[in-house]
Design a protein around this ligand. Structure first.
Ligand code: GLN
Length: 548
């Protein structure tokens, strides 16, 4: 029998309480204590994956190295645990039902009646065990809130696992909210009591309560919560709103969360080494320097859809003791103001994106960065547009475009990846055909860097790097020599010759990358190209201040 210890994290009272951050924080503390830890997010929705879900509903789609389009919590897990996860670290109700139904179609159940209990629940349990295999701990975050109809099969799987395994192998943590009633200045425990009662009705008694709150919980209130939720007095963990999410592991540690965990699992005291983490958090909270980057995007009311990128800027900043302030600029609005908002920023960043809305504003920002020699990083769509801007304004090819926005353009500098598959042979490119149309290049690819280029220097003169992709369109190699002859270098390409990175020779830092460097950035290991960008900005800002 496997000895993996399972820690289930459920949520009560409200959604968006930070179960993902709580799960990541706990897993981080265990990992920093020398344990082998894996982590799993279960999403109770029926979609097969979040790839086709609107960012309006779902925030960012995070892409794993093996090309899965997953929930944004997987991004938090990777950033906290400093590790690459895979498609197995996230599953949905839809995926569970799909396997069970496929098995039924194949006759694997020998004609039995297929039911939620046992078949769906068994499938859930076997998936959980598969992810835990070979690890000391598996932290399982159950999406949604206790009481949701769609979460029931997962809670039943959790109950059954607890029944099947020794008591010292399964622990349940409930994350809840202690609301503050402002008029009375009082913190209220009743919603938490109800939520725990609901869990108990299903046969689950949590051992630890993580209580989110705006105000510190008094000793008496903690005692009252412990009593009413039937947990030990030391097992109510206060989780105050933090200045940075990366403070949470440290706060949990201070609150003593590891004591009841070690006790429940009957293991020696758990002692994490958080010295490096602590130092980085201090640099996030009170850094020495500050820079401002223009972030020119179109989902600005939805900052969650750029989560990995904003976190990557925090990581890079922390590593050079600098706060990276973001000036959010709506690309559509920029067209009307002709770029006036760009005058006071230290660097310009164009993130990935889809569709034609706001393209003009982004191209305007790219031109500004190129002409004013402002440090610039273009990611995915950002790289594609910097090629188009160069073609239009430097090469004078006004009609230069992407077939994404102008399908019949006479100058397709950016074109559909399907064309390229035909040219270089399908076997070299890992893609998925989406039922929504088009073919996405997804997941990790090798990128060969041109020696002596700025991007190679950013990656410490590596010859080949691995980064993750999520796009349909590609830079058209037919224009390669035209670009290079005029000062835009192709500084990175895939082994099959796809253009992966560009840079301008006569510019202090103007780099575009077809991949998404933000997906591999972690607090303890910032992404090299984002780090180089931020460093360059700090350096040029210092130089301008000195020359004043
Ligand atoms: N829309 C572009 C494409 O599909 C860029 C995508 C992106 O920026 N992720 O190729």
């Amino acid at each position: 029998m496997s000895n993996t210890k399972y820690i289930f994290v459920t949520g009560g009272v409200l959604s968006s309480l930070g179960k993902g951050i709580s799960s990541s924080s706990l897993a981080t503390l265990l990992k920093q204590s020398g344990y082998k830890v894996n982590i799993l997010k279960i999403d109770p929705y029926i979609n097969i994956d979040p790839g086709t879900m609107s960012p309006l509903e779902h925030g960012e789609v995070f892409v794993t190295a093996d090309g899965a389009e997953t929930d944004l919590d997987i991004g938090h897990y990777e950033r906290f645990l400093n590790t690459s996860l895979s498609k197995g670290n996230n599953f949905t109700t839809g995926q569970v039902y799909l396997s069970v139904i496929e098995n039924e179609r194949k006759g694997n159940y020998l004609g039995k009646t297929i039911q939620v209990v046992p078949h769906i629940v068994d499938e859930i349990k076997s998936r959980i065990k598969a992810v835990g295999k070979g690890y000391d701990f598996l932290v399982i975050e159950l999406g949604g809130t206790v009481g949701d109809i769609e979460g029931l099969p997962f809670l039943e799987a959790m109950r059954q696992l607890k029944h099947e395994l020794p008591n010292t192998q399964v622990l349940s943590i409930h994350v809840t909210l202690i609301p503050l009633i402002r008029a009375a200045g009082e913190l209220k425990t009743k919603p938490t009591q109800h939520s725990v009662q609901e869990l108990r009705r299903i046969g689950i008694t949590p051992q630890i309560i993580i209580a989110r709150s705006e105000k510190p919980l008094s000793k008496d209130l903690k005692k009252k919560l412990a009593m009413s939720c039937d947990v030990a007095d030391d097992s109510v963990i206060e989780a105050l709103d933090a200045k940075s999410i990366y403070q949470c592991p440290l706060n949990f540690l201070k609150e003593g969360i590891l004591t009841p965990i070690a006790r429940h699992f009957a293991i020696a005291p758990i002692k994490p080494d958080v010295s490096e983490w602590d130092m980085l958090v201090k640099k996030i909270i009170s850094p020495k320097d500050e820079i401002t980057i223009a972030f020119v995007g179109k989902y600005l009311h939805l900052k969650e859809s750029y989560k990995s990128l904003t976190e990557a800027l925090i990581h890079a900043g922390a590593n050079i003791d600098t706060r990276v302030c973001i000036k959010w600029i709506d690309s559509e609005a920029l067209e009307h103001t002709q770029g006036a908002e760009l005058g006071d920023v230290d660097g310009i960043l164009i993130p990935g994106g889809f569709g034609s809305r706001g393209i003009g504003g982004k191209i305007l920002a790219i031109r500004y960065a190129r002409e004013h020699k402002v440090p610039f990083l273009g990611i995915c769509l950002g790289m594609q547009l910097s090629i188009i801007e160069f073609a239009r304004n430097v090469l004078g090819i006004e009609k230069a475009d992407s077939t994404e926005f102008a399908p019949d353009t006479s100058h397709p500098f950016i074109y559909l990846i399907e064309d390229f598959i035909d040219q270089c042979g399908k076997s070299q490119v890992r893609t998925i055909k989406s039922p929504m149309g088009g073919t996405m290049r997804l997941g990790e690819y090798e990128c060969v860097l041109r020696p002596q280029s700025k991007i190679a220097a950013a990656y410490n003169h590596a010859k080949v790097v691995k980064e993750r992709h999520r796009h349909r369109y590609e830079a058209n190699p037919a224009y390669r020599s035209l670009l290079e002859e005029n000062g835009m270098q192709i500084s990175g390409e895939s082994k099959s010759g796809l253009i992966e990175a560009i840079e301008l020779e006569k510019h202090p830092f103007f780099i575009g990358v077809q991949f998404h460097p933000e997906f591999t950035s972690r607090l303890q290991a910032p992404n090299p190209i984002i780090l180089a960008f931020v460093k360059k900005i700090l350096e040029s800002k210092g130089a301008t201040q000195k020359s004043r």
